[in-house]
Write a protein that binds this ligand. Sequence first.
Ligand code: FES
Length: 87
Amino acid sequence: SFEIALARSNMTLTVPAGRTILEVMREAGIDMPSSCEQGACGTCLCSVIEGEPDHQDVYLTQAEKKSGTKIMTCVSRAKSARLILDL
Ligand code: FES
């Protein structure tokens, strides 16, 4: 599992194995749009302020993935113990 800290919502959530960032955020009442939920459409994109994403999507370019500044919340996870998201 890993933590997500939502900077603007002032909230920290735990994403366990087998759950997605998107699911955990929605359970906490965060209104996050999504469509494909397979990492392909780009709808669930979120900006990353701090931490290292573990990209599982096919939407971001290699350069975007390398920059670590964006994450697709429906499929991607974290390599670091914590991600700080701009939400
Ligand atoms: Fe389509 Fe996440 S909902 S990429």
